[in-house]
Structure formats: structure tokens, C-alpha cells
Design a protein around this ligand. Sequence first.
Ligand SMILES: [Zn+2]
Length: 386
Amino acid sequence: MMTEKYFYPRIKPIYPLYRLNEGEFRIGAQLGITAEFGDPNGQLWALANLLDGRSFPKIINEMQQKFPELSERDIIKGVSILEQEGFVEEKNLPFEEEISERYKANVNYFSHFSDSKANRFEYQKRLNESTVLLLGLGGGGSNILTLLAGIGVKKVIIVDYDKVEESNLGRKLLYAEEDMGRYKTEAAMDAFQRITSQIEIEGHVKKIQSSDDVSKFLEGVDLVICAIDEPPFTAQRIVNKAIVKANIPCVFGASQVSRGRVFTVIPKQTGCFDCLNLKYSMNDPQFLEQFIGFRNVNFTPPTIAYAPAIFQLTAAIVDEAVRIITHYARPKSLGTQYEVDYEEGTSFTHPSWERYSEECPTCGEGNVEDWEIFKYYENYNTKRKP
Ligand SMILES: [Zn+2]
């Protein structure tokens, strides 16, 4: 019942409420989230205007003074009409006091997605209590770190082995000129601490070369973001193995030429990176020869990370991480690859892949020797040109 749900109902402050003419009004102004209400006798308009966070008994009382013919039931029905469109929320909710002012915009954003039962502050609280391990502080990772500062997690652990070079400055905007020659982890920690003192940061200078290199950083971690792609594919495979073993979700991101991809592995729930290898092995007759051909040329592309493009990808990665931590909306890249097209400013998802719980050697009961593809991952080593 309405009265049980709401004590101080209001129209979500992110939406405008305005009249079109005597008999019609609107809530919302954005295409897709605007509703028009026909209201010949002005009752619904009056009610909508009273939904400003005052108490429910007060609303009933004031409505009945204006319109004595309305019963309490009628008024509750009116609120339901507005609520069905997703415009009503409870003003006073638990956790509000715990949430820092700096995250207010996040909470307002979440309010668009929350129905009457969800608590927009709780989404932020989940972020504020989570620890994220970020692997790689290159074009992707350095910008992801900046976004994590704004999103407001509890703690970030960063791992990278490289130093800041002049060629980084065009796209890794976390670093300044005076950071050149410093380890990226050190420069990133300083920059991060200038942005926020509310988030703990821990940095490690370390090159990830094996699953054990990842495992040692996983204690207490709620989510991993993999922003390393060197050596290509092998890096993801190493990280995948560690996160599956530790049962911690991981968002993977990698940029290509004019597109970037995001996919997420939730161990034992979604297909893992090796399940994807299995899917291609089973379904794509050219997969193996393509992989071997690519590997044999030892292709080492110069970086093509153009900042406006890489920002589109990193935004998608961090939003996906937030979806997984908070559940404010459905993640887009579970068991599928979510692809961002920088050129067109569009996105799409690839056909999904399943978890092969019997065949996968990493997240299932399978044997690695049964799949030819995995032997081509061994000893794959390239170094990207600056
Ligand atoms: Zn698997």
C-alpha cells in the first residue's frame, strides 16, 4: 500500500513539473522520460505540486481541503498514477547522512533508476564500502582511476610497472609534466590524493606476468578492473585465471583502433575468458589460424589511444563496475562483449557466450590439453612501441 511505502513522498527533483495548458501538464523534459498527464479538473496537478517531500498525512489533508469530494483512497490512487511513471520517491531515506556531499550528483543520477523500493543512497553506500583493484595505469587505467575518485569507492589498489613518459601526456591526464620519469603508480597516488582524501589508495610497482602476480593483490577486493592488454590476450587470460580462482568479478577493457571493448566475468556465473576461447574454437573455423597468424608476426602496434576515444571506453568500463557493485542498473557486458564505436558514438553487444562448466579448464572441469588454442598462449611476449 502506498501509505506504507511513503512517509515523505516527492516528485524526484531531477524532473521538472510544468503545465502545458489548462487541462494538461508534464513531468520531465528529456525525450524518453517525459510523461504527459491529462487533468481536466486540476486535481492531479494540485497533487503533483504537493509532492515536495511534505508528510503523507499533510498531503491528504491539503488535498481534501481543496477538493472535499476526494477520499484518501482517491488521493493514494493519484500518487500511484505518478509513481507508475517512475517520478515519485521517498524524500527521507536511511544512509543519507552517511553520504558525503561530493557524491550528491551520483545519488541524484541513481534516483532516476530507483523505483519506490530502492534506496538511492544505498547505491552510493555500496560504492563507499567497496575495494577495487585496478591493473594498469596506461591510457585506460589512469583515466579509470580519475573516475574512481569521483565515484567514491572505499579503497583502490593500483598496480603498474611503467614510468611516465612524455608520449603519455596527451591521453593520461592524471599525470603532469613534472611526473615524467616517475613510476606511474607513484605519480598516480599523488594525483589521486590531491583529488580526494576520502579514498584510501595503495600502489604497487609490479609487472603482471602470471596469475600469482594478480592473486597476491586480491585479498579484500570486491571488484577487479583489468586495464592491461600486454601481451595481447595473454594478459587477460592471466587475470581471468586469478579472479576465477579467487571468485571475484572482473571488468576487462581493451581499446582497438576506432572501437573499444568491455566484458565482465563473474566467476561461476558467467562465461570466463577461457570460455570465450572455447566458444570461438567451437564455432569459428578461422579462429585458430587467425590467432596463430597474429601471434607469429609478433605485431607490436604503436599506441593509437586518442584521448576523446579512450575516455569513451573508460567511462563505459567504470559505469559497468558501478553497475556490478551497486546493481543500480543491469550490467551490459555479462557473458557478452560490449563494444563502443568511437567514430559513430554508438555501442552494441556481441552475441553472448555461455559458461562451459564441463569443458572450460579455468572455471569448469575441463582439461587444458583438450583445447589447441591454449598452447598458443604460452611464451607470447611483445612490447608495445611508445
Ligand atoms: Zn570458463
